[in-house]
Design a protein around this ligand. Sequence first.
Ligand SMILES: NC(=O)c1ccc[n+]([C@@H]2O[C@H](COP(=O)([O-])OP(=O)(O)OC[C@H]3O[C@@H](n4cnc5c(N)ncnc54)[C@H](O)[C@@H]3O)[C@@H](O)[C@H]2O)c1
Length: 262
Amino acid sequence: MSFPILKGKKGIIFGALNDKSIAWHVALAAKEAEADFVLTNAPVSIRMGKVKELAQACQAQLIPCDVTKLEDIQQLFEKSREILGGKIDFVLHAIGMSMNIRKSKSYPEVDYNFLQQTLDISAISLHKILQTAWEQDALSEGASIVALSYIAAQRTFPEYNDMADAKALLESIVRSFGYHYGKRNGVRINSVSQSPTHTTAGSGIEGFNQLFDYAEKISPIGNADIKSCADFCIMLFSDYTKKVTMQNLYHDGGFSSMGIVL
Ligand SMILES: NC(=O)c1ccc[n+]([C@@H]2O[C@H](COP(=O)([O-])OP(=O)(O)OC[C@H]3O[C@@H](n4cnc5c(N)ncnc54)[C@H](O)[C@@H]3O)[C@@H](O)[C@H]2O)c1
């Protein structure tokens, strides 16, 4: 789909690592929708991943930012406003990482230092981004923030491990900060609860292929693919969804509403 529905809008896109990343496809779709934006990722991810290629393709500036570091986030917002020439109209939070998953520590045996990292990177980072923007008054009237989530925030998917706790916290921050920002200047904050998707983070989950196939069978219109997810995010950034806020929106082909499949 390519309609210029983001023409004149300025954004920050977190989390494009490679061409499998959800954020990568959101960036391509945002470019098609004629937005101006900066790309950002952790310095190590910029070195190891392919986001420089994306920045070139989108003619976007790339600003390193480790979301656990407040000073990085502060600089990111300052530089982004300088580069884009004004306040920010949309932000994509597409960030997740669990050392417990990486080190195959199951939920009953999580390492608590790792758990702190999971929560900090995958959920509290959204609060840090929003608080930084709040202090700098960096978001325009009616700006739109989208964070990616997963249904393990509501239902139990054992292999999703401590990321389930992170997503529950992330969705709570969406609601809590959504209130304050809504009152202040009509900023919308929503999470998109996406189907299993073959990305670097997704594929790190044990049994991911089974989870993907299971969801595909349960969902009446099948798993939501990555490009549809990008389109949905673009719609949420646009003025067509001005009054949608503090929601967790399932983008999952109907999976979340199913009981049994005959
Ligand atoms: N893939 C799925 O099945 C699926 C389903 C639902 C939701 N999600 C969510 O989508 C979002 C994007 O993940 P993805 O699946 O595209 O995988 P991905 O691996 O491509 O993206 C995860 C990103 O998080 C970034 N990141 C990690 N630590 C960081 C830090 N300290 N500072 C800044 N960035 C950091 C990584 O560099 C990477 O770009 C995540 O929130 C994920 O939980 C994914």
